[in-house]
Structure formats: C-alpha cells, structure tokens
Design a binder for this molecule. Structure first.
Ligand SMILES: [Zn+2]
Ligand SMILES: [Zn+2]
Length: 387
C-alpha cells in the first residue's frame, strides 16, 4: 500500500480552507473522479481516497486531530464514510450522479461495487521510551488488538464452495434509501446497506471463522525497531499492520507515535543535551576539569571549566549530545549549565583560608577571625572531627 497522500492535497485546498471551500472542492472532484465516469485504472482508489479525505476534513473534530497528528485513527469512527445526503442536499449518491449524468443505474458488478471494497484503516498507537533508548535506538515489542486477515479463508470471507453474489437487499448498489416523515416534510436519506456493509455483494457460504468478513479480531505482538535519535512526536509507519481490509482488501498501516520520557538529568533541546554541572567556588574561580557522564552507556568525557566561570554560564562540548536521527553517528552538543556550589558549612581550616581570601580581596565578610568567639572555634573543631 502506497503512502497516504495529504488530505488537503487530495481535495486541492489550502490548509486554512473554510468548511465551505472544502465542501465545494469535494463536490467538484467527486463528479470528476466518480468511477462511473473516470476511465483511469485506479479510478476506484482515487474516489475512495477523495471520500476519506472529505470525511475527515468535513468534520471539525477529525480535522483538528488530523492537523495535529496527521491521522485520525484511534478516534471513534476514524476515517469513515461520507454521508452524501449531507453534501448533495438530501439526495443519495446514485440520485446525484444519475441526475448529473443521466441514467447510470447500478448493476451488480459495476466498477462502483469494487470501489466500495473497503481497505483496512490505519491504526495509531503510542510508544514510550526513555531518553537513553532514544539515544541508542532500541527494539520494542508492542502488543495491540486489530482486525487481522482471517487465516481460514485467506481473507476472502468465503467458506468451502462459497461464492460472491449480488446483495439482494440493495441490489448491488451498496446503499439503502430510507424515507422518514418529520416536521420538515419527507426526508430521504441514503446509508450503507446493513446486509452487505456497503459492499454490494454478499457471500452465499460465508467462512465460519470470520463470518464472511475476511478478517478476525486478534491480539498482535510486533517488534518495532526504533532508530537512534528519535524525538517525541516522531511517527513510524508499519505497512500493512493496521486493520485488515474487508474481504481481502488491502490492510491499513500501523502508525507508532514515539513519546520520549523526561530524563532526570538531561533536558533535550533538539539534538542538544543540557545538564547541570556542579563546581565549588574555588573551582569556578581558578578553573578545573570535570568528568561528566554522557547519555550513551558508559560514556564519560571531560568538561573544561575555565578560570572565572560564573554561576549559570553555559559550556558546550561538541559531539556529546543526542545522536542525530539518520545522521550516521553525528551528534548534537552537550551543554553544561554551571552551578557554583557555595559551601554551607566550612571546616576551621577552610574558614580561615576564606577569611584570608576576604581580607586580600577586600571583601567585608561577616564573622572575621577577630569577631568570632571561642565558642565558635570549639564548635568548628568538633564539626571537623565529626566530618
Ligand atoms: Zn446490500
Ligand atoms: Zn474467514
């Protein structure tokens, strides 16, 4: 199954098109692409694609979801059928095409029947991984429920000796028209035939395992290769692992959306990894080299902190950030956010040294040697021993 085209592209409208523009675009294209009047070999697919695009973009909720995630699967209803009666003002699809083109009565094996062969829908699932797993790439097993092709009948829906025949209820059109009385008068509406599910054909001896659908509900386990460097929101498309098609029609895809969990130490900014690095006041003032642990297993490297580094300054090391997706081993930057730890408690020795420093630097620190009492000194000496 080929990649799905963008729904806006299918309808030929801009992304900010109004509901009205979308409806007009659909109407125009539906007339042009209808399989009864379109000789292209893939006329059925073109028409089905158009219907699907319209069914999503004409529904505010589905459109919003599509804009956000690029798919509507997982949403109740998914990308389903277009209610033609809504677009063409109460007329069913056959009515509208016969009124435009004259005639066009539905026969049991017209191309339109095949157009309704329902391809399986795409399905969506989300997969959470750790930042470490995103950095190295990983293999994950996902399990999910889907309609898979029936193994007993190889997806045909037919039991032994069974065959397809025209649905007697809808006469092969796939639609049934109902007339209702309401305060507005008679309302005529068209809906997919409940007997054949809009297919136009039924199976005379259906497969006993799948009841003629050609697909059965199964619990699947599937290994997914997650490439190194993925970020949250990245989608992996697994062809053919979505919902199986009706009676052997193509299966949809499974779309796996990656969610990378927050990390306790690293913040990710694109391919850069930002991380707090702690140094002492003397280390910040005099400069030092800190050994840092990276995101890859056992990755260690040195970070040079130059003399006079200020609290909050950023120091970068190239090539120690996140691996770039498809980047052949190239990586982003490691960005250290320097945190200067001011000691909360000083040993007697350190205090004296710092007091000497204060005097030399002309800082007027409180609690200089002269003002400290004997009690303070004893307390410090005890602290030292306890340390
Ligand atoms: Zn029917
Ligand atoms: Zn079957």
């Amino acid at each position: 199954m080929a990649d799905k085209r963008d729904y806006y592209e299918v309808l030929g409208v801009e992304r900010d098109a109004t509901a009205d523009q979308i409806k007009r675009a659909f109407r125009k294209k539906a007339v042009k692409l209808h399989p009864d009047h379109n000789d292209a070999s893939d006329a059925n697919e073109q028409f089905a694609e158009l219907n699907e695009a319209y069914s999503v973009l004409s529904d505010d909720q589905k459109r919003a979801m599509y804009d956000r995630y690029g798919t509507v699967d997982g949403m109740p209803g998914g990308s389903g059928y277009v209610d033609f009666s809504d677009i063409f003002g109460g007329m069913g699809v056959d009515d509208i095409f016969s009124s435009i083109f004259g005639g066009g009565a539905a026969g049991g094996s017209s191309p339109r029947d095949r157009a309704r062969r329902r391809a399986g829908r795409d399905m969506a699932i989300s997969l959470s991984i750790s930042l470490e797993e995103a950095a190295t790439g990983c293999k994950k097993t996902i399990s999910y429920d889907r309609l898979a092709p029936c193994e007993d009948c190889a997806g045909s829906g037919m039991g032994e000796g069974g065959q397809e025949k025209t649905c007697p209820r809808c006469n092969g059109t796939g639609y049934v028209t109902t007339v209702q009385r309401s305060i507005f008068g008679q309302m005529q509406s068209s809906s997919p035939c409940p007997d054949c599910g809009g297919e136009g054909t039924v199976v005379d001896t259906p497969c006993s395992h799948c009841g003629g659908e050609g697909r059965v509900r199964t619990h699947e386990r599937l290994d997914v290769e997650v490439p190194a460097g993925v970020a949250t929101g990245r989608q992996l498309r697994l062809h053919g692992y979505g919902e199986a098609g009706y009676r052997g029609a193509a299966s949809g895809d499974l779309i796996v959306t990656i969610q990378v969990d927050a990390h306790e130490r690293f913040e990710r900014h694109g391919d850069d990894l930002v991380c707090d690095v702690h140094v002492g006041i003397a280390e910040a003032a005099l400069g030092c080299v800190v050994e840092v642990e990276g995101i890859l297993p056992d990755e260690k490297f040195e970070l040079e902190v130059p003399a006079g580094t200020q609290y909050g300054s950023a120091l970068t090391v190239d090539g120690h950030g996140m691996p770039r997706l498809g980047g052949g081993g190239s990586r982003g930057r490691f960005v250290a956010r320097v945190v200067v730890d001011v000691p909360a408690r000083l040993s007697a020795e350190a205090r004296e040294a710092l007091e000497r420093y204060a005097e030399a630097a002309g800082e007027h620190a409180a609690g200089t040697a002269k003002k400290r009492t004997m009690g303070d000194r004893i307390r410090d000496a005890i602290d030292d021993i306890l340390d």
